[in-house]
Design a protein around this ligand. Structure first.
Ligand code: B12
Ligand code: SF4
Length: 466
């Protein structure tokens, strides 16, 4: 069967595309069963791109995959395609955390909730052979005006049984060459914590009794994939990002990985860890294995927000210790923080800036908090009536919350000054003036920004010409 996989991805600028593990894994299992797959990337609804893809590939089934922010692209696309009489389904994060919204998208026949590798193979097989598919686990279907909601099947326990991600589908060589994201891998699935801004607590509930939730691939299986991928695809930006949520969660796995990785590869890598799941021994192991960057969630500089509201349960001392250990071992660190959290005040945001200044990391990532369905903080924001109808289009959007403790514009102000403040930049006074102008008059600010951009582009082209 011919299956078109549509990746509704966020707009990350200038035609930049992304790799996606979920889609690449689903494609790999479908190909293993002898089916043909093709990819359509959409960062906006694009009728021409859809027509081109349908005409050249002529699919028997269309599967959309998206996170919550991109569901509107899927809705528009499905509605455009519906008269062409090709069956359509939706899968991925949004279908998993908000199935009631996804199943009601006009034109689609069903959705796949949760892990898709086993369910999609069963569904495509039934569809191809004209057999009854209505009872397939993980799938919901529309039928005669009602909805059939099947249970979830068990979690895949042996991750090594899944074939390696289908990178060809994404034209991986082109991604590496033109988008410079480096190699990307995942060695595990699941997380045992219950932070209120993350979808994991929801997934833990959904999968209750369906098998072990935190699962690892064997070290050998991960190394085999790294060898295959780095041998086949070449790049001048040679580094690896492990997208696992907590790369150091299992100490014995980490020991074996670091040992074997350092024997076979000299490619620097970066990974995510929790500040309370990393210690001196782990830093030694990571350093020896050529880990050059470590990403850790600080979330908020205020302990009440971090631990009572976000339920991260880590103390300031643990954060400071983890970042100073990274320094001690010469591993660059990145601190992830969010501002504009439910109940957050200006004073608490200032504490986040102060803590970041103290940590003095090489890289910082500050995001304006956005509530996602299925999370506790979404429910709190919704129940308080704080979620506005402001549109979400990309990474840099202002807060969508209108809460009494702080305004969306004030949150923008702190995001604007965040980096210069934390780094002690000499430009801070100027950035503050611009941020204050923005606070009062967004259109004047946009005009000044455009002017500054035009002037700096001109200055750059003059200096290049010289
Ligand atoms: C890795 C990751 C990233 C990486 C992506 C790297 C890459 N090249 O893929 C980076 C760091 C870039 C990233 C960025 C962001 N991320 Co992110 N990310 C994740 C993370 C930790 C893992 C995703 C993953 O790959 N999982 C492994 C694969 C195998 O699982 P999967 O994607 O769920 O796919 C399975 C099923 O969904 C299903 N499936 C998926 N597609 C399809 C298709 C078909 C046809 C079928 C049948 C099944 C199917 O089957 C798959 C295999 O079992 C998740 C957390 C999580 N647990 O999902 C957050 C997560 C997806 N991210 C999230 C967010 C919010 C973002 C950002 C917006 C954050 C920001 N403000 O900057 C950006 C946006 C980028 C984007 N693509 O949307 C949220 C999304 C919430 C929501 N409701 O939509 C999550 C859930 C984290 C959270 N807050 O809880 N992210
Ligand atoms: S934020 Fe990190 S530690 Fe918390 S539940 Fe999500 S993945 Fe786990």
């Amino acid at each position: 069967m011919k299956i078109l996989l549509v990746f509704a991805q966020p707009s990350i600028g200038a035609g930049k595309r992304m790799f996606n593990f979920g889609i690449a894994l689903v494609s790999a299992v479908l190909k293993r069963e002898g089916h043909e797959t093709s990819l359509l990337n959409l960062d906006v609804f694009d009728a021409n791109a859809i027509d081109k893809s349908l005409n050249s590939f002529n699919p028997d089934l269309i599967c959309f995959s998206c996170s919550t922010d991109q569901i509107e692209i899927v809705k528009e696309s499905a509605s455009y395609i519906k008269n062409k009489e090709i069956p359509m389904i939706i899968a991925g994060t949004h279908a998993t955390v908000f199935p009631e919204d996804s199943i009601n998208v006009d034109g689609i026949m069903g959705i796949c909730v949760g892990e898709g590798e086993e369910a999609i193979v069963e569904f495509v097989d039934a569809l191809e052979k004209g057999r009854d598919y209505s009872k397939i686990k993980n799938f919901w279907f529309k039928k005669d005006g009602s909805i059939l909601r099947n249970d979830l099947g068990p979690l895949i326990q042996d991750l090594d049984s899944i074939p390696f991600a289908d990178r060809e589908l994404f034209d991986y060589q082109d991604l590496l060459t033109n988008h410079k994201d480096g190699y990307e891998f995942m060695a595990s699935r699941g997380c045992a914590y219950k932070c209120t801004f993350c979808i994991y607590p929801k997934l833990q509930d959904l999968y209750e009794g369906k098998g072990k939730f935190v699962r690892y691939r064997s070290v050998d299986n991960v190394l085999k994939e790294i060898k295959e991928v780095t041998g086949k695809y070449k790049t001048d930006f040679k580094f690896i990002t492990f997208h696992d949520d907590i790369f150091t969660y299992d100490r014995s796995w980490l020991r074996e990985f670091c040992e074997k990785y350092s024997e076979e590869f000299d490619i620097p890598f970066r990974c995510n860890v929790r500040v309370d799941r990393v210690d001196e021994e782990m830093f030694q192991l990571l350093k020896k294995a050529n880990c050059d960057q470590i990403w850790m969630g600080v979330e908020s500089g205020d302990e009440y927000i971090r631990n009572k509201i976000m339920k991260k349960y880590v103390k300031d001392e643990q954060i400071i210790r983890a970042f100073s250990l990274a320094k001690k071992y010469g591993i660059k660190s990145m601190a992830f923080t969010m501002i504009g959290l439910p109940y957050e005040t200006e004073e608490q945001i200032k504490k986040t800036l102060e803590l970041n200044k103290k940590l003095d990391t090489e890289i910082r990532g500050v995001n304006v908090f956005r509530p996602y369905p299925g999370t506790e903080l979404y429910d709190i924001s919704r129940d308080n009536g704080w979620i506005s109808d402001r549109e979400v289009t990309g990474y840099g959007d202002p807060s969508i919350l209108d809460q009494p403790s702080i305004s969306a514009r004030k949150i923008n102000y702190y995001r604007d000054i965040f980096d210069p403040y934390v780094t002690g930049s000499k430009w801070l006074p100027l950035v503050r003036i611009l941020a204050r102008i923005r606070l009062r008059d967004e259109s004047l600010y946009s005009f000044l920004r455009r002017t500054r951009y035009t002037l700096s582009t001109k200055a750059r082209s003059i200096s290049i010409a010289k």
